[in-house]
Design a protein around this ligand. Structure first.
Ligand SMILES: Cc1cc2nc3c(=O)[nH]c(=O)nc-3n(C[C@H](O)[C@H](O)[C@H](O)COP(=O)(O)OP(=O)(O)OC[C@H]3O[C@@H](n4cnc5c(N)ncnc54)[C@H](O)[C@@H]3O)c2cc1C
Length: 540
């Protein structure tokens, strides 16, 4: 039987407070955050999570040009909005509760664990709010933010087109201005929540071309589903995609046929403005990965503690988790959740502190890549722990796997993030900021493993800096960076274990993490060195 969703509240608060150092934020109130997280967890467990399985089975439908969400989604969303959850981090002057964005690290992970599909359709609001706060006019803020806070409006992010996926310079959707009014003409594909019947309105944040000057010709627009007159803006859903998972999240093909829109920021600054939204979404996607890892651990650990198979060394009947190989898998899944959460929270806290934007720039792609691959691996390992039952639908880990699978593709495919780290960031201040961060961690860590990884990482960076083309090293450099960062996280986990109600578990996972990362870091470093020799020979 499926195990009901239990939000990992203690692990989340432990990670924020004791691993990522949230108390360095001036307005951080751990008591209040803890109450809020417990409150949201109860809500997610009781109201949101029960939608997950039926939503997956029923899916979304396109009826007469409108998307119909699965049964119950509209009711729960209405309730979610009435309870004030959409406005948590929106400033009070715009009808929100004005809390610091870090509370989203708790609520967003819990939401994704309860129902990834619904979280996706509602989860773009905080990024849209931040983008409008940073780049919008006072009039735009007053017009759109209160509707986000009340839940009347949900947001979409419209980048992808049939010819423009990873390469946004190929965007063709056009914006033209006539007599002070901008209109959009073109097609977007794969737009999450491009339409739904839960919120009264939708605000599409659209990247469109205002000139032919490559990415510098791209501008960001706010395109509401309804014109101010109340008339429908011509944005049409022409299809919704059939997918491997996330059946309750409508992935829409949209046609903008002269739809009225407002420019945000300056013409040509679209990508810069969109990056605010995308960076927010990237950390959110990292948390989706953490949520999948934590869910996989909960289901697998509970099953393995109850199923009797085989015998212990003394001949007495054993449960699955008495077997060393099953324990290995459970510890690995737990480590993927705890380690990933540590990385995602560290990036989030550093972002909120605002003192080291270079470090944030470096940590964000690493968090996105590590946590999403962790979620997929954890779901896959969870299936293995359950054996044949893992492959069946009954325990829903197959749904976790199907839902998790997209996370390493959307919000920038992981290969694109790795390439960016290796080609652009490696030679810039963000990589220096990372190096300084690890060097500081090394001083406070009691074992020599962080120092060893830092030396290897510096060596790897050196190879990339002297390579004519660092792109072929991108994957291995990302992996080396992940293991280096993880060693800092494992050290922090060990140092903080006493603050958790189960210090034994934290210490065991951290020790196994140290053993794994300190074995893998030299392997990736060696691979980079060997590949450099191979490429040098080829070039000669
Ligand atoms: C369920 C779902 C929801 C989505 N939601 C949204 C949304 O809300 N809004 C939105 O705008 N988009 C959305 N997308 C689109 C998603 O962001 C894209 O699929 C993604 O950016 C990859 O683009 P692509 O599919 O065209 O793949 P491609 O760009 O064709 O890439 C395919 C593969 O090639 C690799 N690759 C491509 N170019 C390079 C390169 N230069 N160097 C190295 N490797 C490269 C990639 O890493 C990838 O592995 C969604 C997609 C799905 C499936």
């Amino acid at each position: 039987m499926m195990k009901p969703f239990i939000a990992p509240v203690e692990d989340i608060l432990f990670s924020l407070n004791h691993v990522a150092g949230a108390n360095r934020l001036e307005d951080w109130d751990d008591g209040f955050t803890s109450e809020l997280a417990i409150h949201f967890a109860a809500y997610a467990e009781g109201e949101i999570a029960p939608l997950d399985e039926p939503g997956d089975r029923q899916g979304c439908r396109l009826e007469n040009g409108r998307v119909r969400m699965p049964d119950g989604f509209g009711r729960v969303y209405k309730d979610y909005a009435e309870n004030g959850w959409p406005g948590l981090t929106i400033p009070e002057e715009f009808g929100g509760q004005g809390l610091g964005s870090l509370v989203l690290a708790a609520t967003s992970e819990v939401f994704s664990g309860a129902c990834h599909s619904l979280q996706m359709v509602t989860g773009l609001v905080p990024g849209a709010v931040r983008t409008i706060l940073n780049f919008g006019t006072e009039e735009q803020k007053a017009k759109y933010l209160p509707a986000f806070a009340s839940g009347a409006t949900l947001a979409t992010m419209c980048l992808t087109e049939p010819g423009a996926g990873s390469d946004l310079s190929r965007v063709r959707c056009r914006a033209v201005e006539e007599e002070g009014v901008w209109t959009l003409q073109g097609e977007k594909i794969f737009i999450s929540g491009g339409d739904q019947d839960m919120s009264a309105k939708i605000l599409h944040l659209v990247l469109a071309r205002t000139s032919d000057n490559g990415v510098r010709g791209l501008s960001l627009f706010l395109c509401p589903s309804e014109k101010e007159s109340g008339e429908k803006n011509p944005v049409t859903v022409t299809r919704i995609e059939e997918k491997m998972g996330l059946h309750a999240s409508p992935t829409c093909q949209l046609v903008f046929d002269g739809a009225e829109a407002e420019l945000v920021g300056k013409p040509g600054d679209g990508l810069k403005a969109m990056f605010t939204m995308m960076n927010h979404a990237r950390l959110d996607v990292a948390l989706q990965g953490v949520a999948h890892s934590a869910r996989a651990y909960d289901v697998a650990a509970s099953y393995a503690s109850e199923r009797a198979q085989g015998r212990k060394a003394d001949g007495s009947p054993a449960q699955l988790d008495d077997h060393a190989d099953v324990r290995r898998m459970l510890d690995e899944i737990d480590g993927l959740a705890l380690g990933g959460r540590g990385i995602a929270h560290l990036a989030h806290v550093t972002l909120e502190l605002g003192e080291d934007p270079d470090l944030v720039e470096f940590l964000t792609p690493v968090a996105k890549v590590y946590c999403t691959e962790a979620g997929i691996r954890a779901a896959e390992l969870g299936i293995q722990v359950l054996g044949g039952y893992g492959y069946l639908q009954e325990y829903r880990l197959e749904q976790t796997y199907r839902d998790a699978r997209i996370t390493s593709i959307y919000e920038g495919a992981n290969g694109i993030h790795a390439r960016m780290l290796a080609t652009r960031l490696v030679s810039s201040k963000p990589a220096d900021a990372f190096e300084q961060f690890v060097a500081l961690e090394e001083k406070s860590s009691s074992s020599g493993v962080v120092k060893q990884a830092l030396d290897l990482w510096r060596g790897g960076r050196g190879v990339l800096l002297s390579a004519d083309d660092p792109a072929p090293f991108a994957h291995d450099f990302m992996k080396l960076t992940e293991q280096t960062l993880l060693l800092c996280i494992w050290s922090r986990l060990k140092a903080a274990a006493g603050a958790h109600s189960n210090p034994q578990r934290i210490n065991r996972v951290a020790d196994r993490g140290i053993a794994t990362s300190s074995a893998f870091a030299p392997a990736y470093a060696a691979k980079i060195e060997r590949d450099a020799e191979i490429y040098a020979k080829k070039a000669a």
